[in-house]
Design a protein around this ligand. Structure first.
Ligand SMILES: NC(=O)c1ccc[n+]([C@@H]2O[C@H](COP(=O)([O-])OP(=O)(O)OC[C@H]3O[C@@H](n4cnc5c(N)ncnc54)[C@H](O)[C@@H]3O)[C@@H](O)[C@H]2O)c1
Length: 490
């Protein structure tokens, strides 16, 4: 196990220089989902030459990269500096472990969203001693200026916004760089890099120490490999860390559902009747936010435990049919398919807003809305009117894709939790003695989760209570944690 240093007592709690959080897409989507809200310092016309056809070099002469425009580096550097302000845990790792270089000798291939927040991670890994090569896990999410800043500072990065499918795999191949170096670690988000290595460079699997995977999709793919007996190295599942789950699902959605709704509709939600489908982590966050602004919230649930939780939290649990005709907003958060179907949509009233916070765009039966008798009118970006023959209009947001990721942003602190966990997972895998981890998929030790949380407490000037020896013995835990058994539900 890595010896974690004590969390700092004092963090930099200053507001960011720009007085605002940087706008970036989440790190938790796979390449198939598009992002449209990431902030771009500069955009280029699609008629320009592909970055693959350009010869570019950093001011140092370094040229092992492929980005849109290296001249945007100074703009990207500002974005990274803003993100650093809200990612105190990674900055702490730099100052506390930077001198020890726990990742000295680590050669990390990374495939994640390339945003200001992931740039902070990549540069932290370098400070900790790792060499990095990076590609984007999504063809739309790269912040071009940030990629330029990484390249200018010497990171071998291969990414730009608006890649073709062919570009995407070309960049992954460049990131692997089999003829240039001997990589020994993988950090993946969505499993595309792992898949590519498995298909095109299987011999690398023999020399890699392990994989750290970020997303649900990637974990799925790893389990498939494992089932087929083809996973010949250990992998860490970051997706299921408690901190990541809670912050991505509950706390992040609690804030971003309102942001997504406001940015698209400008509607006031006080007094509005809202139906939230699913009372899991995401549903709980959405309900809490809407209740807080005075909306009247109804919930649909299939699971009696979650339904009872919704009752206890003061929400009416109903069937869709009971309220479809009266509600002003419908939000799906089930992760299921065909939760809102045509018969529900037919009953909804004029002006009803329909959107989805679940992973895929299967929750609302869109195909049933693409019929000859219904007219679609684009109102503004991410807002469509679907118009019935009698003039009734439904406001469909983001064409049924995740509302918050399509129309809003993910705050740096949420990404700070994820990226700090990724950094610790890489350190644990890299430094683990031979044989500690087998050819399997592992959850991070609870202590790591607790450590990541502890690293973020000073941001809020939160002071933990220290258990006495007697209290710790009474509870049957160690004074320094872990404080809960693995099965504990937070
Ligand atoms: N928007 C985001 O930023 C974000 C973040 C995290 C997760 N997600 C996605 O949101 C979805 C929900 O995630 P979660 O963590 O809340 O999952 P969860 O499993 O905790 O909750 C989903 C709930 O929906 C209920 N449900 C399933 N089918 C239903 C139906 N037909 N009608 C009513 N209720 C139904 C389930 O019983 C469950 O309680 C997933 O697709 C997840 O990938 C989105």
């Amino acid at each position: 196990q890595i010896q974690f240093p004590d969390p700092p007592q004092e963090f930099n709690t200053r507001p960011s220089k720009a007085g605002q959080r940087s706008l970036s897409p989440s790190t938790s989507q796979s390449s198939t989902e598009s992002h449209t809200s990431g902030k771009e310092a500069c955009s280029h016309g699609s008629d320009e030459a592909s970055p693959r056809e350009q010869q570019q070099a950093a001011s140092s002469g370094f040229s092992d990269f492929c980005v849109k425009n290296i001249k945007q580096a100074h703009l990207g550097r500002r974005e990274i500096e803003i993100a650093e302000q809200d990612m105190a845990a990674l900055m702490f790792l730099r100052t506390r472990a930077g001198a020890e270089k726990p990742l000295a000798g680590a050669k990390v291939m990374g495939c994640t969203h390339i945003t200001a927040q992931t740039a902070v991670l990549i540069e932290t890994l370098s400070v900790l001693g790792a060499q990095c090569r990076w590609a984007a896990c999504n063809i739309f999410s790269t912040q071009n200026a940030v990629a330029a800043a990484l390249a200018e500072a010497g990171t071998a990065v291969f990414a730009w916004r608006g890649q073709t499918e062919d570009d995407f795999w070309w960049c992954i191949e460049k990131c692997v760089g089999a003829e240039i170096w001997q990589p020994n670690m993988v950090l993946d988000d969505g499993g595309d890099l792992t898949h590519w290595i498995h298909e095109k460079h299987p011999s690398l699997f023999q020399t890699l120490k392990g994989i750290v995977e970020e997303s649900l999709t990637g974990i799925h793919r790893l389990y498939q490999l494992s089932k087929a007996g083809k996973l010949c190295l250990p992998a860490f599942n970051v997706n299921d860390c408690v901190t990541k789950q809670k912050f991505d699902s509950l706390y992040c959605c609690k804030e971003s559902v309102l942001s997504g709704l406001k940015r698209t509709t400008d509607v006031m939600f006080g007094g509005k009747q809202v139906l939230v489908c699913g009372y899991g982590e995401v549903g709980k966050g959405c309900c809490a936010a809407l209740k807080a602004v005075g909306a009247v919230v109804y919930v649909t649930e299939a699971d009696p435990i979650c339904a009872l939780q919704a009752c206890m939290d003061g929400f009416r649990v109903v069937r869709m049919e009971e309220v479809a005709a009266q509600v002003d907003v419908v939000i799906t958060c089930t992760g299921n398919k065909n939760v809102v179907v045509r018969k529900h949509l037919d009953r909804m009233k004029n002006g009803c807003i329909v959107c989805n916070m679940g992973h895929s765009n299967t929750e609302i039966d869109l195909a049933s809305l693409r019929t000859a008798e219904l007219r679609w009118e684009r109102v503004r970006s991410h807002v469509d009117h679907v118009i019935w023959p009698d003039g009734k209009r439904i406001l469909l947001l983001a064409e049924g894709r995740l509302l918050n990721l399509s129309c809003s942003t993910v705050p740096s602190i949420v990404l700070s939790i994820t990226t700090t966990t990724q950094a610790l997972a890489l350190m644990e895998l890299y430094s683990a003695p031979e044989g500690r981890y087998k050819q399997d998929i592992y959850l991070l030790p609870k202590k790591t989760d607790e450590f990541v949380a502890a690293l973020h407490l000073p941001t809020f000037d939160a002071h933990l209570t220290e258990l006495s020896e007697e209290q710790a013995r009474y509870l049957g835990v160690s004074k320094t944690g872990p404080f809960k058994p693995h099965h504990y539900r937070y």
